[in-house]
Design a protein around this ligand. Structure first.
Ligand code: BG6
Length: 522
């Protein structure tokens, strides 16, 4: 049986065949947006789960920073209520009490230098315990990202404080969205780089922290059997789908500025694409992995040429907006009826596009990406559709010819399945598609950590593999910005153009049908 041990050096541990359980070094996590929704829903629950799993150092502290006028004990009470009401965790009293004893709260205006002086004093007080290691988390509205970074720089908080150990570090996690187009992302990045070095910046994309997305790397690079067929010779096309049955809920204001292309495709789906399409890295370490992802991102070609006008655009990208409809049998409002949404909104809640990758591996293999709100069900997957056999010899059977598909289910019902044709038992020759299935739940039985749990631990440990590097983000914006501009400059389409609870606008089906293909209905 493998021993379980905490080791600082993963390479040493791997060669010794030991299971690695990583623990965070002593540090303070400073959460800007401490009273906000993201902290209550995701960050605090993730930190609590890490505390429960004994992954945090005993010398650990949380400082919540926000404009809400709370004191330390109100912060503790609010966080506990959030844990119970929003994440469904019923905290164990002993674990919670030890965890919450390390909470501090700083309230003030994020634009006020006085707030950062207060924070500096707090961090100096904690430094003798935490070694002076600090992880800032920007969980505020994006308009404050550069403001906060600038203020941190002016207060000297971008580097370890007095009393910190000589090896102390300072890092910053930046939530999405990282800009709203290429130009604004560059401005934001420049603002961050004036204060923090690239190695200190951890741009989060929570899709990269999902177990099933991380497993795509293992599936591809820990198995020999798939590599020889993972290319244009055997693969017909790839479909990446992130469908949600939820609408925009209370985020109409944000969504009016964002839309599906910015909110999901530019980041989450593009990241999944890189994991599917990248070459094997020379080592399983942050920089070699991110280098390969960046290389493939650089080879992605938008098939949209702005000079060719609207007709060309429709062949490579489709947008939609949901109208009223039914989800799981219950009536729901259309997007334009949602709170904080304009009655004549032109914002897309569904986007689908076709991309190509100019590399020897992928030349000629289209990648179709789609994401939408108010689809019939919540499902995210990457499906690799293989080419059909060169000769179909079962002409005289009643078989519908189904190509082989390898579907990687990101959520829910996490797993991988391979569809292939089989003979139906009997004296006649009849064929039917069957599935070979791997299911996380039944194979491992262990609950999967939330993406934020993995990513927070990674940032504390200093592993940036699952965070997006600037060159990658810049390329993703360079690809999507012309399309955003074309859509935003176009006459309002006939919105709404799909009913809530359907798989998107008819144009999305026509768009694939024009290539002789069809969307999966996962
Ligand atoms: C967020 C988007 O990044 O991802 C949301 O802003 C979306 O609009 C969410 O609902 C989806 O994440 P998940 O993990 O629920 O698939």
């Amino acid at each position: 049986m493998a021993a379980t041990i905490s080791l600082p050096d993963p390479a040493q541990a791997l060669s010794a065949g030991i299971r690695i359980e990583r623990t965070a070094p002593p540090c303070t996590v400073v959460i800007f947006g401490g009273s906000g929704d993201l902290n209550r829903r995701k960050l605090l629950p993730a930190l609590y789960s890490l505390a429960q799993a004994q992954r945090l150092a005993p010398a650990f502290a949380v400082v919540g920073v926000s404009s809400t006028a709370w004191n330390d004990s109100q912060f503790v009470d609010e966080m506990r209520a959030g844990l119970r009401d929003l994440s469904g965790i019923n905290p164990d009293d002993a674990v919670w009490n030890a965890f919450a004893a390390r909470f501090h709260y700083c309230s003030g205006d994020m634009k006020d230098p006085g707030l950062y002086q207060k924070l500096a004093a707090q961090l100096r007080e904690l430094a003798p315990h935490t070694g002076g290691n600090v992880l800032f988390y920007l969980a505020t509205p994006p308009s404050l990202f550069a403001v906060i970074a600038g203020q941190l720089g002016r207060a000297g908080l971008n580097r370890p404080q007095e009393g910190a150990s000589p090896s102390a570090w300072t890092r910053i996690i930046v939530e999405k969205p990282f800009g709203r187009d290429l130009a604004s992302a560059r401005v934001l990045n420049q603002g961050l780089h004036e204060v923090f070095a690239e190695e200190q910046i951890f741009r989060i994309d929570h899709y990269l922290g999902k177990e099933t997305v991380r497993n795509i790397l293992v599936f591809r690079f820990a198995n020999g059997v798939f590599e020889p067929i993972w290319n244009r010779r055997y693969i017909d096309h790839v479909q990446i789908t992130v469908a949600e049955s939820l609408g925009v809920e209370q985020r109409g204001g944000y969504y009016e500025e964002a839309g599906a292309l910015r909110d999901m495709i530019q980041n989450h789906l593009m990241q999944v694409l890189t994991v599917i399409a990248m070459e094997a890295p020379s080592r399983f370490e942050a920089e070699p992995v991110r280098d390969e992802k960046t290389k493939v991102m650089n080879a992605v070609r938008s098939l949209f040429d702005p000079r060719q006008g609207d007709a060309a655009l429709q062949k490579v990208a489709v947008r939609g907006q949901y109208g009223p409809g039914f989800i799981h049998g219950a009536p729901v409002a259309g997007y334009r009826q949602e709170p904080d949404v304009a009655a004549d909104s032109n914002r897309e809640t569904f986007a689908a596009l076709k991309l190509g990758i100019e590399s020897w591996r992928w030349a000629g293999v289209p990648f179709y990406l789609r994401s939408g709100k108010r689809m019939p069900r919540r499902v995210s997957e990457a499906a690799i559709q293989f080419k059909s056999p060169p000769v179909w010899m079962f002409r005289h059977t009643e078989a519908a010819i189904e190509p082989n598909v390898l579907a990687m289910r990101i959520q829910p019902d996490e797993g991988i399945s391979l569809r292939f044709e089989a003979k139906v038992p009997g004296t006649d020759m009849r064929l039917r598609s069957v599935h070979m299935d791997f299911n996380y739940g039944s194979s491992f039985g262990e609950p999967q950590p939330e993406a934020y749990e993995t990513l927070l631990l990674d940032a504390m440990v200093g592993d940036s593999m699952l965070f997006t590097r600037w060159d990658m983000v810049e390329t993703a914006w360079a690809l999507t910005t012309p399309l955003l501009e074309a859509w935003e400059g176009q006459r309002a389409p006939d919105f709404p153009n799909y009913a809530a609870g359907s798989w998107g606008p008819a144009a999305a089906d026509e768009f694939l049908a024009a290539d002789g293909r069809q969307w999966r209905r996962p």
